[in-house]
Design a protein around this ligand. Sequence first.
Ligand SMILES: Nc1ncnc2c1ncn2[C@@H]1O[C@H](COP(=O)(O)OP(=O)(O)O)[C@@H](O)[C@H]1O
Ligand SMILES: N[C@@H](CC(=O)OP(=O)(O)O)C(=O)O
Length: 812
Amino acid sequence: MKVLKFGGSSVANSENIKKVLAIVEKTSKTSKIAVVVSAFGKTTNALIEGAHLAATKNEAYKTVLEKLEAHHFNVIKDLISLENQPEILNHAKELFHQLATIYEGCYLLEELTPKTLATISSFGELLSSYIIAKAANISFETGYKDSREIIIASNNYLNATVNFAETNKNITAYFSGNQKKVTLLPGFVAKTSEGKTTTLGRGGSDYTAAIIAAAVNADELQIWTDVSGMFTANPSVVKQAFPIPHISYHEAMELSHFGAKVIYPPTIQPVLKKEISIRIKNTFKPEEEGTLIAKETSNKKPVKGISHIENITLITLEGSGMVGIPGFSKRLFEAISFHNINIILITQASSELSICIGIADEDAQKAKAVIDETFEFEIEKQKVNPVKLEQDLCIIALVGDNMKNHQGLSGQMFSSLGKNNVNIRAIAQGSTEKNISAVINKNDAKKALNTLHEQFFEEKIKQINLFVTGVGNVGERFLAQLEQQKKHLKKHLKLNVRVIGLSNSRKMIFNEKGIDLKNWKALLENGESTSLERFFNKTKQCNLRNSVFVDNTANQAVSEVYENYLRQSIGVVTCNKIACASLLENYKTLKAISRKYNAPFLFETNVGAGLPIIDTLKNLINSGDRVHKIQAVLSGSLNFVFNNFNKNTTFHDVVAQAQKEGYTEPDPKIDLSGVDVARKILILARESGYDLELSDISKNAFLPEESLKTKNNDDFYASLTKNEAHFQQIFKEANDKNCRLKYVAEFIDGKANVGLQHIPAEHPFYNLEGSDNIVLFFTDRYPENPLIIKGAGAGADVTASGIFADIIRTTK
Ligand SMILES: Nc1ncnc2c1ncn2[C@@H]1O[C@H](COP(=O)(O)OP(=O)(O)O)[C@@H](O)[C@H]1O
Ligand SMILES: N[C@@H](CC(=O)OP(=O)(O)O)C(=O)O
């Protein structure tokens, strides 16, 4: 014999019930079966809500009742042919009439006892089982048995304890005398020995099915629900979660205790003793295998699943008077259990200075009152502090029988949470090591579950969540490259890089599933208005793991918000040089915060666009080398300008061309004044370990004073035209000596300067083409022949590729 249980979601409406009937009919062809059904989805909640409304003198209970009645009548009309409807509708009407009378009693008396609430809740299953049994009978012979006649339980009405001796006798007697292939029974409900209706606790239909399965020694217990098995994590929170094919009783119990709702924890007890296997199946995808729960599993993976319980309060009892005095914990636990408060987690510091327990939020105030009363004397004598409550928490737990045989799992768990700025308030690990639990803030639950899932189940694909600001030349190219490389990154680097937030100076858009990069322009145009603060707040709210803020602007204000991101453990990748070239103190603070919060701060594109200059320098320094001298041509735009400027061109036109090709900063004066090059050599000096300010760098300006003083691009260009003779003179002086003009940056033994130089033909800078950059590092290991890096040092495409490389570096 097999026992099949269909949950509320499986019988939520007539369409679903038809699917259930098909499964029942098919299974009954090969085995005798008992079918346990829950109330139609959400009915129990509605019944309870109606009861509370009635007892608080709120007439809205009538609306709840009307809606329930209408839904049940509609299901009957959908499933049963017209001529058979009257009998069934009449019986349902009779049940609703009884329910209305009980509600009215609560309304008049303004009272709701657990006994009355249990009776009210039982109507969901009584109605559903009756209707489904009648519908089934149309196609195949189906018996019906009211579970209250066979399951006997205590008068703890909302969470009754089963009398197994009586119950098992009743069940075996009933089924041995019943030859029907299919018998339908309501879940959740039972009767006390005095004959009163009682219930087995929320989710108790699973328990009904398990009790029957154990009593009849069933071949299998099948739990049919709306997901294809027990998942590695709650699939509605962790999209990447997948069904666990095979899991042990203990693992399933731990997971369900810690919130994996697919089965109700006590379910396992009766079937475990008899070693009856449980199969979790999906009513809507019956062809999928689901999860098999049995005594042993062949799957030796240490972590089988991750689950969480929401709405937890931590209660801490602490005080110096507790040290070395036996009996404190005993008194605490006795007081708590006497008041029927369930303890979910316990931790005690080995110093014995504090005991900390985790309980459901709804019990918090009661628990505080009980504990304060129990320790009234000690609190008055200041041996123990008044109880401390911390709310809005949740528990996350790693579960697996085999965790005990693997070292370092808790280390991995806590370090990956720490890296993603998830603050851990308490931890507990059972001595059986089947479960490692952590108490964290409720708002971090989604991030924590996804982080742990990635760590323990998705070694292969890592998700990177980008928040990108700036969609100018560089930003646009970056988004295009990302779209183009998406598949490659997934396949070869196992990275799933998604843009979650995107903004320009006016608008922003967010999509937690990832913005469609084929269509970002139109989406952004229709986005909401933005500010740096709003973009940051929204990013913070998303609270996603592996988050990176990408600055593709050259904007001062944007460079001033990096610290906010880093403090949230959100990495920063930027091509904007302003932050790293700002005051030394600020640069050092950003670096320190990046280290403290474990958030990468990467700016490879600050020098030489996509060329690996800063990364190479870091590798030299980290491996113990020392930089003595740097000589470099670091301005792609100035190089382009002086490579193309001669007596046949005008300085104005060449600069305009450089800007058009995307080599200059948005304000070309930043390049031509030498400020941009000064910033770059400053960053290289700082990365080499020298404490320099921008003001320490001497600049040999070649622009006339008048051009330097202009306030906008138009005036700047006009001044270039006006001073054409000055620029031609500069060219002529170099040309007359057979030299080329290069804007050179130098750093020698702690001092830096930038300026235009005459470069002779034999010098390595002489043949530097187009917008190329070159850097010569003279170090302990490269004293005579420098380490040279050379290549295109400006342009949107190469800069975007440098940003790209930094984003990949954040994952290392
Ligand atoms: N680890 C998990 N695996 C599968 N489902 C889970 C898990 N954790 C939580 N759930 C949730 O449990 C739901 C099924 O439980 P429930 O709503 O009680 O079903 P039913 O209506 O069949 O009784 C799923 O839809 C899913 O959202
Ligand atoms: N209907 C009851 C019992 C039950 O087990 O329901 P479900 O199978 O839908 O979780 C409840 O909601 O608690």
